[in-house]
Design a protein around this ligand. Structure first.
Ligand SMILES: [Zn+2]
Length: 185
């Protein structure tokens, strides 16, 4: 309301401000519209409720779309919470990233409380820069060694989830850059 009075009483820059105001108004309307469009498929789901899973992924930009495709293939669209951290399971268990890890466990507990998720799905990936930082280049030197490095990290992840959230199911997988995923149990 203040803005409107200011605009109408200002003779020197009223047009400019009015222009800014209407542009801002348009931007806000567009944002509200697109938010509604994005949210509409999920209208049946509430902030608190019963959802399927938390998906844990890496921050790597190359993996966002493949992970998205994977969750869609599994029919999880709109049914999972998401936690994204460099290295995915590696980020949650590797010693060099220990300062980050409480945030994951707290978020997992919050998602269990709010969303009543039944499982956590951790998706590590090949050619992960965070795994290289955490364990050193020799631990990801070739696909075989890389697989073993992630296998170990994901086993540790499953163990820690079991200790902290024993009722929760855990799935762990290693995704190639093309989206192909190899699950480890
Ligand atoms: Zn990564």
């Amino acid at each position: 309301m203040k803005d409107v009075i200011h605009i109408s009483s200002c003779t020197c820059c009223g047009d400019l401000l009015r222009g800014a105001f209407s542009r801002r108004h348009l931007v806000l309307s567009a944002a509200a519209f697109s938010a509604a469009a994005v949210l509409s498929p999920y209208r049946a789901f509430a902030a608190e409720g019963h959802y399927e899973a938390m998906v844990l992924g890496c921050i790597d930009p190359r993996l966002q779309e493949p992970v998205h495709r994977y969750t869609r293939r599994r029919g999880l669209t709109g049914k999972f919470s998401q936690f994204v951290i460099a290295g995915a399971a590696v980020g949650v268990v590797a010693e060099p990233f220990k300062d980050w890890q409480k945030a994951f466990w707290d978020n997992l507990a919050t998602s269990i409380q709010l969303h009543h998720i039944k499982k956590v799905i951790a998706i590590d990936h090949r050619d992960c820069g965070a795994a290289k930082i955490a364990y050193g280049p020799e631990k990801v030197a070739n696909p075989k060694i890389e697989t073993e490095t992630h296998r170990t990290a994901m086993a540790d992840f499953r163990k820690q989830v079991g200790e902290r959230q024993p009722a929760l199911k855990v799935e762990t997988g290693l995704m190639a850059l093309n989206g192909r995923i190899e699950m480890f149990a």
